[in-house]
Design a protein around this ligand. Structure first.
Ligand SMILES: NC(=O)c1ccc[n+]([C@@H]2O[C@H](COP(=O)([O-])OP(=O)(O)OC[C@H]3O[C@@H](n4cnc5c(N)ncnc54)[C@H](OP(=O)(O)O)[C@@H]3O)[C@@H](O)[C@H]2O)c1
Length: 256
């Protein structure tokens, strides 16, 4: 089987690091024309050169701070102008090394910091999705892929509510957009090597974690998640929508 992605046009948020970056690497090798978005444009540009040198399709890096008002429509308009349309949206932006988002959220964490997490991981993701949807529906093809998280919280964390919100919201949305050939799915990472993970855990912690908590014995790579994103983005995955699919080395404990 092959995935027919050559010539498709994608926006990938969070593309300067970690999972978004890995998704971009896989997409570029498969011939997808990508807008890569993040705040650190210098990293996007450097990485573009590496991917082009490896035979990947040149992306269009766009600097955007998704916390800024109007960021979603700005990014969509930039992508529309650069690519002439958007077939695929991958929402992979997340909070990187934020000092106000500790690994374990304290009980009395300020309300505005809970909302900040919700804003980036759900509100902006939703706004961007609604920006791209009308043209996807008109063309009778579209793919939205949200990088979320596992639904088995082990501790209090600001990261969990936005992921649950995305899962519930997208399930409802999937039913409305299915007749137009547009799918929306979630990839739920277990522990994938990324800037965020490397900032929060020492190398020894990660090795021990892999051995103890991940049946496959190690953390995943961003590209390993990117392969599933590529399949979900392809026409061949047209019968999959409203799903939450883990890429976690077997880490999820429960069958349902
Ligand atoms: N890695 C894992 O094991 C894991 C596990 C569960 C869930 N997740 C989820 O997966 C997603 C990606 O995580 P990751 O591990 O790949 O994180 P990461 O390595 O820290 O990358 C985060 C990306 O988001 C971008 N970003 C952050 N704030 C932004 C803003 N205000 N505006 C625009 N871009 C912004 C960053 O780019 P700039 O800093 O350049 O803007 C970076 O490219 C997150 O939602 C995370 O919660 C990851």
């Amino acid at each position: 089987m092959r995935v027919s992605l050559a010539g498709k046009r994608a926006i990938i948020t969070g593309a300067s690091q970690g999972i978004g970056r890995g998704v971009f690497e896989v997409f570029a090798q498969l011939g997808v024309r990508c807008v890569t978005a993040a705040r650190r444009k210098n990293i996007l540009e450097e990485h573009s050169k590496e991917v082009i040198a490896m035979g990947g399709i040149a992306p269009v890096p766009i600097e955007v701070d998704l916390f800024e008002a109007g960021a979603a429509s700005y990014l969509f308009e930039q992508a529309q102008g650069a690519l002439g349309g958007v077939d695929i949206l991958v929402n992979a932006a997340g909070r990187s090394k934020a000092p106000d988002a500790p690994r374990q959220t304290p009980f009395h964490h300020p309300s505005e910091l809970w909302e900040k997490e919700l804003h980036l991981n759900y509100v902006v993701l939703r706004e961007l999705t609604f920006a791209v949807l009308p043209s996807m529906q008109a063309r009778k093809f579209g793919r939205v892929i949200n990088v979320t998280g596992k639904s088995e919280p082990e501790k209090l964390s600001t990261a969990n509510p936005p992921k649950a919100a995305v899962h519930a919201w997208s399930k409802g949305l999937s039913r409305s957009i299915a007749p137009d050939g547009v799918t929306i799915n979630q990839i739920s990472p277990g522990k994938i090597v990324s800037e965020q993970i490397l900032a929060n855990y020492s190398a020894q912690e990660l090795e021990a974690y892999g051995k103890k908590d991940i049946p496959l014995g190690r953390l995943g790579t961003p590209q390993e998640l990117g392969y599933l994103a590529a399949f979900l983005a392809s026409p061949e995955a047209g019968y999959i929508t409203g799903a939450v699919i883990p890429v976690d080395g077997g880490m999820k404990r429960y069958a349902f």
